[in-house]
Ligand binder design. Structure first.
Ligand SMILES: *[C@@H]1O[C@H](CO)[C@@H](O)[C@H](O)[C@H]1NC(C)=O
Ligand SMILES: *[C@@H]1O[C@H](CO)[C@@H](O)[C@H](O)[C@H]1NC(C)=O
Ligand SMILES: *[C@@H]1O[C@H](CO)[C@@H](O)[C@H](O)[C@H]1NC(C)=O
Length: 282
């Protein structure tokens, strides 16, 4: 009676959890050809963050007026401490990747793996193929399902690109119609909005133009922010960058009392701060 028990234990050890599966190739995509086992592939493994509830609580406190932590924004390192995975997650998942002989690097809750399709197929018990989107964008290595071994499955949130067939692209403006505002006509810029707060007081000018005064009127905002008050952070990506000159123009035209305020830039992971990016990308 020993043998069957031993076999069932081995089967358990070798089992894997299906992480994601698609029943068909997504609309607009088609399979081009099988991948060669020596085709290069780069994967990102997202590790489960160990303190998501604490992070949510901290962010709520930072954003709640009146809370002692209101406005006490985190540094990047403080945020990374909240999103860090457990040490055992890093140890177990890197051991799994190493066993398959793939190269990898760890950056907090992400593990980047560089390997070939043959290794990736074994790692994720899958079969990568080349797929192409009808709208172009070139062939992409994807699969319709992938698994992660039971012994690391609880440490992993996802592995991509695998089953995600989306098209990454810049989100262009969704404005369909545009009227050019004559910047030499101050009435059009400042729209002489009635800030009395009366429901019907929104100036007709606000139907064609949105200015800070229009927003104040529409949302019944009745206070003047102090100059040393608040900080706002913007993420710039997809080749879109905040421009110093644009901010100065905006301040001059719409919020003269804020003139001279500026922003600073922190570059992360090879990011750029291009002040002359193509006009069409704005
Ligand atoms: C790998 O996937 C195949 C189906 O493609 C399945 O039959 C097999 O059980 C899987 N292996 C593991 C360890 O889950
Ligand atoms: C705006 O706030 C001021 C000062 O608190 C107050 O005197 C005024 O009545 C408020 N206006 C409206 C429309 O609420
Ligand atoms: C804003 O900051 C940038 C970068 O430090 C600087 O080049 C620019 O002159 C500043 N603009 C103003 C109005 O201070």
């Amino acid at each position: 009676m020993r043998t069957p028990i031993l076999l069932s234990v081995l089967a358990t050890l070798a089992s894997a959890r299906v992480f994601d599966s698609l029943h068909a190739v997504p609309k607009g995509w088609r399979e081009l050809r099988a991948a060669r086992s020596d085709d290069a592939i780069a994967l990102k493994i997202a590790l489960r963050q160990s303190r998501p509830a604490a992070l949510e609580q901290a962010v709520l406190e930072i954003s709640t007026p009146g809370h002692p932590n209101y406005g006490m924004h985190m540094t990047r390192d403080e945020l990374r401490a909240y999103t860090a995975p457990s040490e055992s997650a890093v140890a177990d998942v890197t051991a799994w990747v190493r066993r398959h002989g793939a190269r990898y690097s760890v950056d907090n809750d992400w593990i980047s793996v560089s390997t070939d399709v043959g290794t990736a197929n074994q790692l994720l018990n899958t079969t990568f193929s080349w797929y192409e989107y009808e709208g172009g964008g070139g062939p992409k290595l994807r699969t319709l399902a992938y698994s992660v071994p039971d012994e690391v499955a609880d440490h992993v949130d996802l592995v991509q690109p695998t089953t995600r067939f989306g098209q990454l692209g810049s989100q262009k403006s969704t404005i369909f119609e545009m009227t050019i505002v004559d910047e030499s006509v101050p009435a059009q810029l400042h729209a002489h909005v009635d800030l009395s707060g009366a429901a019907d007081a929104v100036d007709v000018a606000c139907t064609g133009v949105v200015t800070p005064d229009c927003l104040k009127s529409l949302y019944h905002i009745n206070y003047t922010a102090s100059a040393d008050g608040n900080l706002v952070a913007f993420a710039s990506y997809l080749e879109q960058y905040a421009r110093y000159a644009d901010l100065q123009t905006f301040e001059t035209n719409y919020v003269p009392q804020a003139k001279g305020q500026n922003f600073s830039v922190t570059l992360i992971n090879g990011g750029k701060n291009d002040q002359n990016s193509a006009e069409g990308q704005r």
